[in-house]
Ligand binder design. Structure first.
Ligand code: BES
Ligand code: ZN
Ligand code: ZN
Length: 495
């Protein structure tokens, strides 16, 4: 898609459609959108008088071949009251307009931000570009005849050029492309995306964007003693990999902080011997969405160049059933040295994450964040709206929460009191890998905490938020790319 900034008068913008956002309260006051056209003004006055369009969210109206305008259509899009509208709303509106109109066959869409206040025009540019690129993305790569159409050009029209707008435009593009990269990986079926293929994709991305990449293979992990990760991989003929990608800033600040982004990379989760029910099992191809988010974030970080060193860790395995598979009751020794009794082979995410967490600490990371499609219990608790956030350090969580708020990715803090710790007791090993029926997302997080402590750490359970079961007006069905924006913002805003 060709995306660019234009500074022309709206009358001269040539496009299949020119879209303007309409606030309900401003429309009431007789807004004319900086469009210098008597015909358009008359149309708007008639539209208002008709009462058929008032600027409420979801409303739109179209004027075809407006006289005095170069665009073939003028689309006015209602977004409700000005005070209630925010950047998340604008991101969604841009996505919705793109998805609606590309499907009708429109190829070039101009997006007016004329008249936006100087304070918000850069941000508005960023989220508009982002929303458009995210909205244009479809999960139909493997369909040989496509049902969906795509946009050829999205042009943002502003009042006047300035460096802040140009920079925001670039950030929007970089972030959206990174999220689509994540969505593409998470959408790949497990026959096409094995742990080794994921490692290859990560390597290619790192090479393209100038990041260092190191992939630990099975032998290396055996030497190191990553028994917990390797136990999960045993049932699959596909070898595991621990993908490590390093971003080193050119201008190293005096701070010694080093952020680790750790993402669960289970390319398929059958449950292992504790096998999952058949219904819905196909969805478990997205059990590497946390790993994909971490890789997407690194792709953007490489381009936006924050001043904090960031290293990504993606333990990648396939959790399968076979004569070689790990059994319930098996006891494995983690890299940390603690032993774990595997009571349920379907609680595999935590088993691979603990060895990655320990390794990140060994490599000198001072702050840890992990993203994982870890538990069905978090879906029961929070649905598909909020990410479940857990921490051993409230200051660290405050940083992550501030980043997520700025980027419009919702999170809700979950408890990790000491009272939950006993759930993981095992009579035969240091820990059991499950904590019983109730509070499943919390016992899973407690398991990770046993290995993250005392390093400041935040765990994000994205089982409910990494996949859309039904498409939204602004986003295709399937992987969402959640956490990419929060991770990038976290690195950028680190002080
Ligand atoms: N990958 C699943 C969690 C999951 C569930 C992700 C639904 C996305 C949607 C994870 O490995 C798992 O199977 N967890 C078990 C843990 C249980 C055995 C303690 C679960 O949540 O049922
Ligand atoms: Zn599982
Ligand atoms: Zn899993």
């Amino acid at each position: 898609m060709d995306i660019k900034l234009l500074y022309e008068p709206l009358n001269r913008v040539a496009a299949d459609a020119l879209a303007v956002v309409v606030f309900e309260d401003v429309f009431e006051d007789g807004e004319t959108f900086a469009i210098d056209s008597a015909a358009v003004k008359t149309w708007l006055a008639e539209l208002k008088a008709s009462g058929e369009f008032t600027g409420k969210p979801g409303e739109s109206a179209v004027l075809y071949n407006p006289r005095e305008l170069a665009a073939k259509r003028l689309i006015v899009v209602g977004v409700g009251k000005r005070a209630k509208f925010d950047h998340a709303g604008l991101r969604r509106t841009a996505g919705s307009v793109v998805r609606t109109w590309k499907q009708k066959g429109i190829k070039t869409l101009a997006w007016s931000l004329k008249g936006a206040s100087a304070a918000s025009v850069a941000n508005a540019t960023e989220v508009s570009v982002e929303g458009a690129i995210l909205g244009d993305y479809e999960t139909d790569v493997h369909k040989t005849t496509k049902e969906s159409k795509s946009l050829e050009a999205f042009h943002v029209v502003c009042d006047a050029a300035n460096p802040a707008i140009q920079q925001a435009f670039e950030r929007g593009r970089i972030l959206a492309e990174a999220q689509n990269f994540t969505r593409e990986l998470a959408n790949e079926p497990a026959n096409r995306l094995t742990p080794m293929v994921l490692a290859d994709r990560a390597r290619a991305m790192a090479a393209e964007f100038g990041l260092a990449c190191d992939v630990l293979d099975q032998d290396r992990m055996t030497q190191l003693g990553m028994g917990s990760l390797l136990g999960v991989a045993m049932g699959s003929t596909e070898p595991p990999a621990l993908i490590i990608i390093r971003y080193t800033p050119a201008n190293t600040s005096s701070s010694k902080d080093h952020l680790a982004l750790i993402g669960k990379g289970v390319t398929f989760d059958s449950g292992g011997i504790s096998i999952k029910p058949a219904e819905g099992m196909e969805k478990m191809k997205y059990d590497m969405a946390g790993g994909a988010a971490v890789l997407g974030a690194m792709r953007a970080i490489a381009q936006l160049k924050p001043s904090l060193p960031v290293t990504a860790f993606v333990p990648a395995v396939e959790n399968m059933v076979s004569g070689k598979a790990q059994r319930p009751g098996d006891i494995v020794k983690s890299l940390d040295g603690k032993t774990v009794e595997v009571l349920n082979t379907d609680a595999e995410g935590r088993l691979i994450l603990i060895d990655a967490i320990t390794y990140a600490k060994r490599l000198g990371c001072t702050h840890l964040v992990d993203a994982a499609t870890l538990t069905g219990a978090i879906v029961v608790a929070l649905g598909s709206v909020n990410i479940g956030a857990f921490t051993n350090d409230d200051a660290m969580l405050a940083r992550v929460m501030a980043a997520s708020k700025a980027e419009g990715e919702k999170m809700w803090q979950m408890p990790l009191d000491d009272d939950y710790k006993d759930l993981l007791k095992s009579p035969f090993a240091d820990l059991a890998n499950i904590g019983g029926r109730w509070g499943g997302a919390i016992s899973a997080a407690w398991f990770l905490k046993e290995f993250a402590d005392p390093t400041p750490w935040v765990h994000l359970d994205i089982a409910g938020t990494a996949w859309l079961d039904e498409s939204k007006p602004f986003l295709a069905k399937g992987p969402t790319g959640v956490c990419v924006r929060t991770f990038v913002k976290l690195a950028e805003s680190w002080e």
